[in-house]
Design a protein around this ligand. Structure first.
Ligand SMILES: [Zn+2]
Ligand SMILES: [Zn+2]
Length: 374
């Protein structure tokens, strides 16, 4: 059960729903959900930004591009003065979480904290960028498959401002943000994902665990194009990227769930959706996610068992047509690659040419996934 004091009502998806949650220790958290623009079958609902009213209060996430001012207005509505906040922490470098950051910081002069990898990937490296227009974009966008016209209309300006910002880096180890408040580095969905543990009573998890949505894992191969930037600190792709890394992050959360079975989970999407609160039982949700990935691997292996296939062909056979429209087509193929990478590592698939697979006859993936996340 979610025990919330409603400060301002939102719409049925939770947009604008400002609520105050009180943990048994007395620590309070305020939700400030801001609008997202993805619609239809890709609707995530708003981005749930949170203020933690600790001794030194701070904000987690800044909403998407264009939401910075709105976030400041919501802070005022919640009775929080931006000057009273110590810093804003970015859960990970996806645009629905840091798009509003530059505007927010311009209005409030808040300090920014984020994972080291975030600080590295929001910068431009014209000499290392893939050939073509990508030299104008920060490293975190090099893998993005949206067309140049989309970039230019929607995000180029925001990326330019973003890379001028100073970031206070948070490393891989638990970092204390206050008494009984610490960070966890949980890469896999994004290489820079951070969660915040609050007095063993609540967890702000970003996009690592969500209700009703399976967070997509990164592909290991994403490391290759940013390897030059990350290599000095992270010489191995598997420490930041891929489905296996994501499953290891889930394992960290599973240990927490065993230790603190009643911990409250504050996800970055759909805490409230379709006119109701979504209470997440952490342990149960983690098992559901693990089973989801086992089933997806199983289905891919079945498809490939019939003969050599590439990621797009597998995606067409695996996903429903509606999910393959527009950018969904590439997102679906990425999911296939991410799962296939794990099965190649387990010996169940062989990559005969780039993103083209044959089955070897073994089915080791299930054991491997259970070992990563059991
Ligand atoms: Zn994300
Ligand atoms: Zn998100």
């Amino acid at each position: 059960m979610i025990n919330a004091k409603i400060i301002k009502k939102g719409d049925t998806s939770g947009n604008g729903l400002i609520a105050r949650f009180r943990l048994p220790s007395g620590l309070e958290i305020v939700s400030l959900p801001t609008k997202n623009f993805y619609g239809g079958h890709w609707d995530l609902g708003p981005t749930w930004n949170y203020v933690v009213l600790a001794d030194r209060p701070f904000l987690v996430d800044a909403g998407r591009y264009g939401q910075g001012r709105h976030l400041v207005d919501m802070l005022h509505l919640a009775g929080i003065k931006p000057v009273d906040l110590d810093f804003v922490l970015i859960s990970h470098g996806h645009e629905d979480h840091d798009g509003g950051l530059a505007e927010l910081v311009e209005l409030t002069e808040l300090k920014i904290r984020a994972h080291t990898v975030y600080d590295l990937l929001i910068r431009q490296y014209p000499k290392s960028a893939p050939p073509g227009y990508k030299e104008h974009f920060p490293a975190k966008c090099w893998h993005c498959f949206m067309p140049e016209s989309f970039f230019k209309d929607n995000c180029l300006q925001y990326h330019h401002v973003l890379q001028t910002l100073g970031i206070e880096r948070i490393g891989d180890d638990c970092q204390k943000l206050g008494p009984d408040i610490s960070t966890l580095h949980l890469p896999g969905h994004s290489p820079d994902s951070l969660a915040v543990m609050l007095s063993h009573e609540a967890l702000i998890v970003g996009d690592v665990v969500l209700p009703g949505i399976t967070p997509w894992p990164t592909c290991l191969e994403q490391y290759d194009e940013v390897a030059e930037i990350l290599q000095p600190l992270y010489p191995q792709a598997s420490s930041l990227f891929g489905l296996k890394r994501y499953l290891r992050s889930l394992k960290v959360l599973l240990q927490i769930a065993h230790q603190y079975p009643d911990i409250m989970v504050l996800p970055a999407h759909r805490l409230y959706y379709q006119d109701r609160w979504n209470t997440l039982q952490l342990k149960l949700r983690l098992h559901e996610l693990m089973e989801h990935h086992i089933q997806r691997c199983e289905s891919i292996l079945d498809i490939v068992a019939a003969g050599e296939k590439d990621a797009h062909e597998i995606a067409r056979l695996h996903f429903s047509e509606i999910l393959l429209k527009g950018p969904g087509k590439q997102m679906a193929a990425n999911e296939i690659v991410s799962h296939s990478e794990l099965m190649v590592a387990c010996g169940d698939l062989k990559e005969v040419k780039k993103h083209c697979y044959v089955a070897t006859g073994s089915g080791n993936f299930e054991k491997s996934i259970r070992a990563e996340s059991a």
